[in-house]
Design a protein around this ligand. Structure first.
Ligand SMILES: *[C@@H]1O[C@H](CO)[C@@H](O)[C@H](O)[C@H]1NC(C)=O
Ligand SMILES: *[C@@H]1O[C@H](CO)[C@@H](O)[C@H](O)[C@H]1NC(C)=O
Ligand SMILES: *[C@@H]1O[C@H](CO)[C@@H](O)[C@H](O)[C@H]1NC(C)=O
Ligand SMILES: *[C@@H]1O[C@H](CO)[C@@H](O)[C@H](O)[C@H]1NC(C)=O
Ligand SMILES: *[C@@H]1O[C@H](CO)[C@@H](O)[C@H](O)[C@H]1NC(C)=O
Ligand SMILES: *[C@@H]1O[C@H](CO)[C@@H](O)[C@H](O)[C@H]1NC(C)=O
Ligand SMILES: *[C@@H]1O[C@H](CO)[C@@H](O)[C@H](O)[C@H]1NC(C)=O
Ligand SMILES: *[C@@H]1O[C@H](CO)[C@@H](O)[C@H](O)[C@H]1NC(C)=O
Ligand SMILES: *[C@@H]1O[C@H](CO)[C@@H](O)[C@H](O)[C@H]1NC(C)=O
Ligand SMILES: *[C@@H]1O[C@H](CO)[C@@H](O)[C@H](O)[C@H]1NC(C)=O
Ligand SMILES: *[C@@H]1O[C@H](CO)[C@@H](O)[C@H](O)[C@H]1NC(C)=O
Ligand SMILES: *[C@@H]1O[C@H](CO)[C@@H](O)[C@H](O)[C@H]1NC(C)=O
Length: 447
């Protein structure tokens, strides 16, 4: 009965198909799978050897149980359209495949594919050939971390249905500047674009599409100025541009009324020089922070040329990660930092901060969920706040190279998760207790 229903709905559906597709429409017994798709998949499988290369947690050879006499719609990693039987999804991520995908590969016969995920395999010697441009139905294409190399062809811009494109972590992959521009211009439905470590090596000349929610262009050698609309794309949630030291970010030139959608901003190690008050103009006024409009949880502005004080940073209650290390920030660490009660990673190291370390860091009332606290290489004074003993989750504490004047904080031994404690180059007195490391697995202790 079930099979009959499938048959009739398939028949009904076939009226909507192209004539040549109807002709090749065949049923293989109980199989939903189309014969030509099954053949294409089996031939595709044959070009690879199985090799446990992938740096995945759960990698296994996904294609070994693909057998000609079984329904390909039940094969590992294969998804079929439930009416036409066409293969519309192929997810061989972490599939232990090793081999070269040539332009003549039968992969490109699967013309109805909507989602293709080949990430975490070893396709050394493979290029992103023009044939990828023929998979016109693709909405999701994920070829990250698979050793693709050479130039990304211009035909990628023909995939006008793409919603998600991930070519990241293929460091021998590169873009011709005009192809990169064309792609940004043409793929107007793109919501996720991840290209970190791909060699783009050009200026950003095209505005980003307002449909983008996720953009990762870290370590792509992009340079020049950011497109003027980058900070107020209405749907952007994650923006990562770090590791592009020639990418100039100059706030006054940007209209940067950042949209409320932003959750993660990573501008680490760019050519970002600004006074923090300008950034506040960008990221939202203190008023809007107080009203809780702001949901930023990750902010990384490390390794730049920022000036100003910590209280000029957008310290929102939602912040979990704050790294502004290696800039030129001055003044004290304000106790307002403790408003960010979800903070797990706080890195203010290598600036010109002075004054005491705020007591509130470990206060019961405002206790932070801190795991990493790096305040090293500043001019901080006073004592190590006793309240830190309440930070039970603390794994790393680096207060080295400051002007802290205190007794050796023996009481820190209560922190059983502490693995790295660095206190060198301060004015600490007393001796290092031999009992200290018993309960802890301290691996980097320097006094
Ligand atoms: C990837 O495959 C190539 C040959 O295609 C081989 O030389 C290389 O060692 C493989 N890499 C890893 C990490 O297995
Ligand atoms: C086919 O799949 C769609 C979703 O992709 C689902 O809504 C529908 O119920 C399915 N039809 C049958 C007959 O299984
Ligand atoms: C596909 O192309 C490669 C490289 O040009 C060639 O070595 C291989 O024989 C071709 N395979 C088929 C089935 O034509
Ligand atoms: C494969 O990639 C797609 C799109 O990029 C993603 O939605 C899917 O979760 C990935 N599969 C796995 C197993 O992670
Ligand atoms: C943009 O997409 C359209 C439709 O797919 C295509 O005809 C055109 O050639 C594309 N432009 C570029 C520069 O790739
Ligand atoms: C691509 O697949 C990998 C591994 O499954 C996943 O971590 C990544 O998020 C996917 N990329 C996108 C854009 O979905
Ligand atoms: C990156 O691409 C540029 C321009 O195409 C090229 O000159 C450079 O050698 C490439 N760098 C690497 C590391 O491949
Ligand atoms: C980018 O957008 C801005 C306005 O948001 C506009 O002035 C500018 O001309 C656009 N640039 C390009 C290259 O389209
Ligand atoms: C930045 O520019 C310098 C000088 O042109 C060049 O040597 C360097 O490789 C560039 N760095 C990046 C990340 O593009
Ligand atoms: C932020 O960018 C830096 C590049 O300087 C990189 O090392 C770091 O892993 C990035 N963080 C995230 C979460 O992408
Ligand atoms: C960094 O930005 C400044 C302007 O803020 C500019 O003068 C300088 O040339 C830029 N440096 C690089 C390496 O792009
Ligand atoms: C800046 O961007 C905001 C949000 O998109 C917009 O409302 C405003 O008109 C822009 N201002 C200028 C001067 O372009």
């Amino acid at each position: 009965m079930k099979r009959q229903i499938t048959f009739f709905s398939a028949l009904l559906f076939s009226f909507l198909l192209q004539p040549e597709e109807v002709i090749s429409f065949t049923f293989l017994g109980d199989h939903l799978c189309r014969h030509d798709d099954a053949v294409a998949l089996l031939q595709f499988k044959e070009i690879f050897s199985i090799s446990a290369y992938a740096s995945c947690d759960h990698s296994y050879p996904k294609t070994t149980h693909w057998k000609a006499d079984t329904d390909c719609c039940n094969w590992d990693g294969v998804t079929c359209h439930n009416l036409t039987g066409r293969v519309i999804g192929l997810d061989l991520s972490c599939g232990q495949l090793q081999g070269v995908i040539h332009p003549n590969s039968t992969l490109f016969h699967l013309s109805h594919l909507r989602c293709l995920n080949l990430t975490f395999n070893n396709f050394t010697g493979s290029r992103i050939s023009h044939r990828f441009g023929s998979l016109k139905s693709l909405t999701h294409l994920n070829l990250s971390c698979s050793n693709f190399e050479g130039e990304v062809v211009s035909e990628i811009s023909h995939l006008s249905n793409l919603i998600s494109l991930d070519l990241s972590d293929n460091e021998l992959l590169r873009y011709e500047p005009s192809n990169f521009d064309a792609m940004l211009q043409n793929l107007t439905h793109l919501r996720e674009l991840s290209l970190w470590l791909v060699n783009i090596s050009s200026e950003l000349r095209v505005n980003f599409s307002s449909s983008l929610t996720y953009l990762d262009l870290s370590y792509t050698k992009i340079r020049g100025n950011l497109p003027s609309n980058v900070f107020h794309l209405p749907n952007m949630r994650v923006l990562r541009l770090g590791g592009n030291e020639n990418l100039t970010i100059s706030l006054p030139k940007l209209n940067c009324s950042i949209s409320d959608s932003l959750r993660q901003l990573n501008l680490s190690r760019t050519n970002f020089s600004a006074a923090l008050p300008d950034l506040i103009g960008c990221i939202g006024s203190l008023n809007s922070l107080d009203l809780g409009f702001y949901y930023l949880s990750y902010l990384n502005l490390s390794l730049n040329f920022l000036t100003g004080t910590i209280d000029q940073l957008p310290i929102t209650p939602s912040l979990e990660y704050l790294d502004v290390s290696s800039n030129s920030l001055q003044g004290p660490i304000p106790s307002s930092i403790c408003k960010a009660s979800l903070l797990k990673i706080l890195d203010l190291s290598t600036n010109n901060l002075s004054g005491p370390i705020p007591q509130c860091l470990g206060n019961f009332s405002q206790q932070l969920s801190l795991r990493f606290l790096k305040l090293n290489d500043n001019q901080l004074q006073g004592s190590v706040p006793r309240s830190l003993a309440h930070c039970e989750d603390l794994e790393l504490l680096d207060l080295g190279n400051n002007e802290i004047d205190d007794k050796f904080p023996v009481w820190l031994e209560i922190l059983s998760n502490l693995e790295v404690l660095i206190l060198r180059s301060n004015y600490l007195s007393g001796t290092f207790p031999t009992t200290f490391s018993k309960g802890n697995s301290l691996c980097g202790f320097l006094s």
